[in-house]
Design a protein around this ligand. Structure first.
Ligand code: DGT
Ligand code: CA
Ligand code: CA
Ligand code: ZN
Length: 557
């Protein structure tokens, strides 16, 4: 059953990643380091085994693989390692990479810890933090101690699950490859189909009348690294990328029932059970007197009471534009013209350009003079879509904003963000948030909780109070569609709607491709049972302009 082993693409990618990190420790230029990370990413997502690619002489066709990395990969395929890697592992203990992986800890700190305190492993580092040794060392101090302790806590809390932004594209490409290779229907199932924030593994349902032949064909697919298990109703495979997937086989007349079960979650399936034989999902639900329930709404609760509302929930086609994105004026990767063109391609009517304000130094935020200069470029580019001149204005630690009221009032749209001081105590955080909500020049609060999924917990906000005030001031609360954020998350967005708040869904795109994240935001909004009228992105440009003008900003130049 196991296919001839050989190193998987994931093994090769991991080695390149580690090599890049070791180069970083050795003081290599960030440019060269990034080249290895980029190549690792490409190798990880190849849909054929690296060895096959090498045999056909196509290594250099892999994005990011030039002469040097191609030679490294050749050597790796022959020896399972390569000389450059061996040299570096002889110079640095491997465990330094674990320390480098701590959030907020960079190369300089790792090397200083190693050279001055002899710290080479995470347990040694933890002991030094707990004992106060870090704090007492010249050049480290209490700040590093706090960074280390909170970084260790974050690592301990990580589930090892994939973010939905990785899992869904992967699941879809596996389903597409299976569709190519097999005659019957193929459907994505499991948590990726339900748009959960994180995903444990990929699940797929395949219909077949000849399971053994289907298993043999799947095992021979290039995207499949190995079949790791064959069970009664299907098989488990490890893909070239290292990700595992369950593939459930079903006879055609039971496809619907199998798909409902494989989509889950158990709490939803139990409410339907026992599942009737049915060739498609709609028939399963019809047999229970229900309409087909979209996967993202399957949570095992409200969907069984609120199903008459399903046809009126927001869908992708309702979205007419976005109000929060970035360009090369701050930390975006594309020009205003390119972002506008991408928005036009999506059929958008409007786009708010909201680069960071100067307080966010790491994002090269704009000061008043550059903001004014940017405005001229926005006016010149506007056309294919209606561009709104805006700002993602930083809410400082003391609650003040980066721009004064007159500057904000002159903008078309103002998005306010708390990026710093998210660990402040509740009272201080709420003072800042309520102050911003009550500022009539602020139209939108971006990613309100501030969480980064599995990387940074949300701020300790008092949500009922925040939502009551937002409803009163009419400030729109964002569902940030970036799959690393999904913020507000669906239960908070639902609570905001119950309080009478208005919402907006934005990709916070930093690149034209960023707009494809809208589907994650739509899924969250639907899980919150949001209708188009709740979401300002669905409004006509006239209504949106009227709303913005009624608020403090939106007056134009
Ligand atoms: P995850 O992977 O932890 O993010 O969450 P899920 O919801 O994808 O859970 P998972 O992968 O453990 O299971 C997916 C569904 O597959 C779950 O609802 C139970 C279902 N399932 C388990 N065994 C079978 C089977 O033999 N046939 C079918 N049709 N479904 C199965
Ligand atoms: Ca799964
Ligand atoms: Ca599974
Ligand atoms: Zn942003």
């Amino acid at each position: 059953m196991e296919r001839a082993a050989g190193p998987s693409n994931a093994d090769a990618a991991n080695l390149l990643e580690r090599y890049g990190a070791l180069l970083e420790l050795s003081g290599e230029s960030p440019f060269r380091v990034r080249a290895y990370h980029r190549a690792a990413e490409s190798v990880r997502h190849l849909d054929a085994p690296l060895a096959d690619v090498a045999r056909s002489g196509a290594l250099r066709e892999i994005p990011g693989v030039g002469e040097g990395i191609a030679a490294i990969l050749q050597e790796y395929l022959q020896r399972g390692t390569f000389s450059g890697y061996d040299d570096l592992t002889a110079r640095f203990p491997h465990s330094l990479l674990d320390i480098l992986a701590l959030p907020g800890v960079g190369v300089k700190t790792v090397m200083k810890l190693y050279n001055e305190l002899g710290i080479a492993t995470l347990p040694e580092l933890e002991a030094a933090a707990v004992s106060g040794a870090l704090r007492a060392t010249k050049g480290f101090g209490a700040k590093l101690e706090a960074t280390v302790l909170s970084g260790l806590e974050t690592l301990a809390g990580r589930s090892g699950r994939m973010p939905i932004g990785e899992a869904l594209p992967l699941g879809r490409s596996l389903a597409a490859a299976l569709r190519q290779a097999l005659p019957g229907r193929v459907a994505l199932a499991g948590s990726a189909r339900r748009f959960t924030e994180t995903v444990g593994d990929i699940d797929i349902v395949v219909e077949t009348t000849d399971p053994d032949a289907t298993v043999a064909r799947i095992a021979a697919m290039p995207i499949v690294g190995a079949v790791v298990d064959r069970f009664e109703s299907g098989l488990r495979v490890r893909l070239q990328s290292g990700i595992e997937a369950d593939i459930f086989l079903t006879p055609p007349q039971r496809f619907g029932a199998t798909l409902v079960r494989a989509t889950g979650p158990a709490a939803h399936v139990q409410r339907l059970a026992p599942l009737p034989e049915a060739a498609d999902e709609a028939a399963v639900y019809a047999a229970r007197g229900l309409p087909w329930i979209p996967p993202e709404l399957r949570l095992g609760g409200e969907e069984f009471d609120r199903y008459p509302e399903i046809p009126s929930l927001v869908v992708m086609d309702d979205i007419r534009g976005e109000l929060h994105c970035h360009s090369t004026w701050s930390d975006g990767a594309a020009s205003i013209a390119d972002m506008a063109a991408a928005a036009a391609l999506r059929g958008y009517a409007f786009l708010g350009i909201t680069d960071h304000s100067h307080g966010l130094g790491i994002a090269s935020g704009l000061d008043v003079a550059r903001l004014r200069a940017q405005r001229a470029e926005i006016a010149a580019v506007s056309g294919p879509v209606d561009l709104l001149a805006g700002s993602e204005v930083e809410v400082r630690r003391d609650g003040s904003l980066d721009f004064d009221d007159a500057t904000l009032a002159a903008l078309d749209v103002v998005v306010a963000s708390l990026h710093v001081g998210l660990r402040q105590p509740r009272e201080q955080l709420m003072d800042r948030l309520l102050g911003v909500l009550r500022n009539p020049n602020v139209d939108i609060i971006a990613h309100p909780s501030g969480r980064l999924i599995e990387r940074r917990p949300p701020g300790d906000f008092d949500w009922p109070t925040a939502f009551a005030v937002a409803a009163e001031t009419g400030t729109a609360l964002e569902i940030n569609a970036d799959p690393m954020r999904l913020d507000l998350k669906h239960d908070l967005a639902a609570a905001a709607l119950r309080a009478g708040c208005t919402l907006t869904i934005n990709c916070d795109a930093h690149h034209p491709d960023g707009f494809t994240n809208m589907e994650y935001g739509i899924a969250v909004a639907r899980q919150a049972w949001a209708r188009p009228e709740h979401i300002i992105n669905t409004w006509s440009p006239e209504r949106l302009h009227a709303w913005l003008t009624e608020r403090g900003s939106g007056a134009g130049p």
